[in-house]
Design a protein around this ligand. Structure first.
Ligand code: ZN
Length: 301
């Protein structure tokens, strides 16, 4: 069994996009002076927001090509996603600039706790790296899922996991989910989905097969010394991975730290309240209803 090459290429492109976007943002963060974090980052925020939005847009633009390449005739006549609509906020419905601005209190708190300027800036960088990669990956998955829900030929999706990956993702490799089921993920998670139709029946690698193809170093990193030994001695992988570490449908930016950001730009414009796709799947009484709501909220055309 093996991954579909289209699904694999899609996963790799998304991963590369998250990486490139994070790098562009970190290059801006490197210009910030440790003693003037708020002012410097505040000045750079409009540009940084634009970089991330471009990454999101790119990710969502990849959806249509992916569905067409992968599904061929099964993609014909299906509604298309509107990439811009997925790139106008974070995937959990927050203001993008506001989230990126939180690098400021992250660095400042670190300084007030007595850490060196270098450490404080590194904290800010780690925060931004996590947030940007997660936003780009999540935006792409959100668009993919909307396209799958909207295509009635898609009956389910399977999880595509590319090595290296963490133990939590490895145990979910190849599992099949209902088409509107929330995607289990963690910050920086770069797993993707492959749609299942009557014609396209993925035969993905499962956790055991993935383990077989891992290098000794990858095994140790994902499962630890003891866990690796246990699996090599025949333990089931799911019994080795700590249940507490299993993933929720992540509240990505769950903690609510309010940031006052005195900048310019469009964030003051009030957008009409919209439903995020996950909220639509929760509320909808049927798939048809979900598709209607996706149209109504501008995600499909
Ligand atoms: Zn993972």
């Amino acid at each position: 069994m093996a991954w579909n090459p289209w699904a694999r290429r899609h996963q790799q492109q998304r991963e590369a996009l998250a990486e490139t976007t994070a790098r562009a943002v970190l290059a801006e963060w490197a210009k910030v002076r440790p003693d003037d974090v708020a002012r410097d980052w505040g000045r750079l925020l409009p540009r940084v927001t634009a970089y991330v939005q471009a990454g999101q847009l790119h990710a969502a633009e990849g959806t249509h090509t992916f569905m067409k390449d992968l599904l061929g005739p099964d993609a014909e006549g299906a509604p298309e996603v509107v990439p811009e609509q997925f790139a106008s906020q974070t995937p959990d419905g927050r203001n993008l600039t506001g989230v990126l601005a939180r690098a400021i209190p992250t660095a400042i708190r670190s300084r007030s706790a007595g850490q060196s300027p270098q450490t404080a800036m590194a904290r800010g960088a780690a925060f931004l790296d996590m947030v940007v990669r997660t936003i780009v990956s999540d935006t792409g998955r959100q668009a993919d899922q909307a396209a799958m829900v909207a295509n009635r030929r898609v009956v389910a999706y399977v999880r595509v996991v590319e090595l290296p990956a963490c133990s939590r993702c490895i145990i979910l490799a190849g599992r099949e989910y209902g088409v509107s089921t929330g995607f289990l993920r963690h910050p920086r998670c770069d797993c993707t989905m492959e749609p299942v139709t009557r014609r396209n029946r993925p035969m993905p690698l499962d956790a055991e097969e993935l383990f077989e193809s891992m290098t000794p170093a990858q095994r140790r990193k994902a499962f630890g010394e003891a866990g690796t030994k246990a699996i090599e001695d025949g333990a089931r992988i799911s019994s080795v991975v700590n249940a507490r570490k299993s993933m929720a449908k992540v509240e990505m930016f769950g903690q609510t730290v309010q940031v006052t950001y005195a900048g310019t730009g469009s964030r003051k414009k009030k957008r009409p309240p919209r439903l995020m796709p996950e909220e639509i799947y929760r509320q909808a009484e049927s798939r048809e209803h979900a598709i209607r709501l996706l149209y109504k909220n501008g995600y499909l055309r």
